[in-house]
Design a protein around this ligand. Structure first.
Ligand code: CA
Length: 226
C-alpha cells in the first residue's frame, strides 16, 4: 500500500483516479488546487504524487518547481493535455518522473504508478548511503534529481524514455537484463511484448553513449558493460 496524493481540480478525473487507486489498495488524498496540493505534498509523507498541470491558482509547473526546489523527492506523475509536447517536456525538465496525456485509460496510469513506486523502492533499498541521487557505472553518470546524463564527463541529451531505460541498466551494472525486464521498467507491463521497441531504444542509447557500452547477450537481452 502506498500513500498517493492526487492534485487535480476536475472532480470527475480526481474521483476516477482516486477510486481506481483505492481499489488497488492504496490510500489516496485529493487536493483540488495547487496551493493546497503543495502544502500537503510538502507536509505529509506521500509515496507518490499525481499532479495535473492545468490547475486554478498555482499551476502544476509551479507546484513541481516548489516541490523540487524545497528538496522533496517524492515521485511525481504529471497529467498533461493531449498533444501538448511542450508541457510534457517542461514537466520532465522541471523534475517530473513521468507523465500521462489526457485522456488516458486507468490501466495506463496504474502501470506508471506501479513502475514509479517500484523504482522508488529499489532506489531506497539498493543504494544505502548514496540514497540514489546519482547512478554511475562505466563512465556513465545519471543524476536522478536533475535528470541529467553524462558520459565520460560529456553531457548527453536523453529523452525521458531513454533516461528511464538507462536507469535500469545503471541500477544493474554488468547484469544481463531481458527485453521483458527492460520493457517492464521503461514502458510498463501492458506494453506489447512482441514489440522491438527495446532494441530500437538500446540502439539510441548506443548511438548517444557509445556502442561498446551495451553488450547484446544472444537469446537473453542486454548488459551494460561496467
Ligand atoms: Ca485541470
Amino acid at each position: 500500500m502506498a500513500r498517493i496524493l492526487i492534485i487535480e481540480d476536475e472532480a470527475r478525473i480526481a474521483s476516477f483516479v482516486a477510486k481506481g487507486l483505492t481499489a488497488e489498495g492504496h490510500q489516496t488524498t485529493v487536493a483540488e488546487d495547487g496551493d493546497r496540493g503543495l502544502d500537503l505534498a510538502l507536509g505529509d509523507d506521500f509515496d507518490l504524487v499525481v499532479l495535473d498541470i492545468g490547475l486554478p491558482g498555482m499551476d502544476g509547473f509551479e507546484v513541481l518547481d516548489q516541490l523540487r526546489s524545497q528538496g522533496a523527492r517524492v515521485p511525481v506523475i504529471v497529467l498533461t493535455a493531449r498533444d501538448s509536447v511542450t508541457d510534457t517536456v517542461s514537466a520532465l525538465e522541471g523534475g517530473a518522473d513521468d507523465y500521462m496525456s489526457k485522456p488516458f485509460r486507468f490501466a495506463e496510469l496504474l502501470a506508471r504508478v506501479r513502475l514509479r513506486l517500484r523504482q522508488a523502492n529499489e532506489q531506497g533499498s539498493d543504494q544505502g548511503a548514496g540514497r540514489g541521487d546519482v547512478l554511475e557505472a562505466g563512465g556513465v553518470r545519471l543524476d536522478l534529481r536533475t535528470r541529467r546524463a553524462s558520459v565520460d564527463g560529456r553531457e548527453v541529451d536523453l529523452s525521458a524514455r531513454e533516461f528511464t531505460l538507462l536507469e535500469i541498466f545503471l541500477l544493474n551494472p554488468g547484469q544481463v537484463l531481458s527485453r521483458e525486464q527492460l520493457l517492464d521498467h521503461a514502458w510498463g507491463f501492458d506494453f506489447d511484448p512482441g514489440s522491438n521497441v527495446v532494441d530500437v531504444y538500446v540502439g539510441y542509447l548506443r548511438k548517444k553513449l557509445g556502442a561498446g557500452r551495451f553488450a547484446t547477450v544472444r537469446g537473453m537481452g542486454y548488459r551494460l558493460v561496467p
